[in-house]
Design a protein around this ligand. Structure first.
Ligand SMILES: [Zn+2]
Length: 228
């Protein structure tokens, strides 16, 4: 039995990165700490989301929840240095790997021409017994399909998730990542009314930015690269 390969450092020789996810708060579950580090280093990071999360707040009408979650997402992004946040209006909880979604993703990548794309994790499970959501799985597949359709794709396509091939060290950026997730204040307070929002956010960042060889890291899985 061979030992698992140590993850490599996340590439550093790039200028612009696009985070592609289905829902508000997806960038804050694991990627935001790395985003804070990248923008602090002068790199450009943009977010694009398939929907506004309008179905995500229990007991709140979609026409109220959508704008509220969009606003929380914009604040969360600003905290980690991201001012470009685009929402596409695909239906929350019904994100499917359709030609329309792949076309939209391909068009946005072609327009923004990022060096790196970081997508939501598309595996079936985060861990044994912790299934991924269907919206995430279908959206991630649509991103890979869109990348494969491009004649001049970005240099790298990663997913943010478990069993990473690449890691970014995020020591010094964890508090900012907690602040960013805690910006989803109404969303988190309805999701778990018993636990203060900052406590919830801290627990998520502790879980998603694991320790590796004494450093805290954000993990990414390399899906595609144009490198030979
Ligand atoms: Zn999500």
């Amino acid at each position: 039995m061979t030992a698992p390969t140590e993850p490599q450092p996340f590439p550093a020789d790039w200028d612009s990165l696009l985070v592609l996810v289905p829902h508000p708060d997806d960038p804050e579950y694991g990627t935001a700490a790395a985003v804070a580090k990248w923008t602090a280093a002068g790199k450009t990071v943009r977010y694009a989301l398939a929907c506004r999360g309008e179905a995500g707040i229990e007991g709140m009408a979609p026409q109220q929840a959508g704008p509220l979650r969009e606003d929380e997402q914009r604040r969360a992004a600003a905290i980690v240095g991201v001012s470009h946040v685009d929402f596409w209006d695909f239906p929350d909880s019904n994100i499917r790997n359709t030609p329309a979604l792949r076309d939209k993703i391909a068009a946005v990548i072609a327009e923004l021409r990022p060096d790196v794309v970081v997508a939501i994790y598309g595996g079936a499970e985060f861990a044994s017994g912790a299934p991924n959501q269907r919206d995430h799985i279908e959206f991630a597949a649509a991103v890979t399909g869109a990348w494969d359709s491009l004649t001049d794709p970005p240099r790298w396509l990663f997913q943010n998730g478990p069993a990473p091939t690449h890691v970014e060290t995020v020591d010094g950026y964890l508090d900012t990542a907690v602040d960013s997730l805690a910006a989803h204040e109404v969303y988190l307070s309805v999701l778990d009314p018993q636990t203060p929002v900052r406590e919830q956010a801290r627990a998520v960042i502790d879980m998603t930015c694991a320790e590796l060889s004494g450093r805290r890291v954000a993990g990414f899985i390399l899906e595609r690269t144009t490198d030979r």
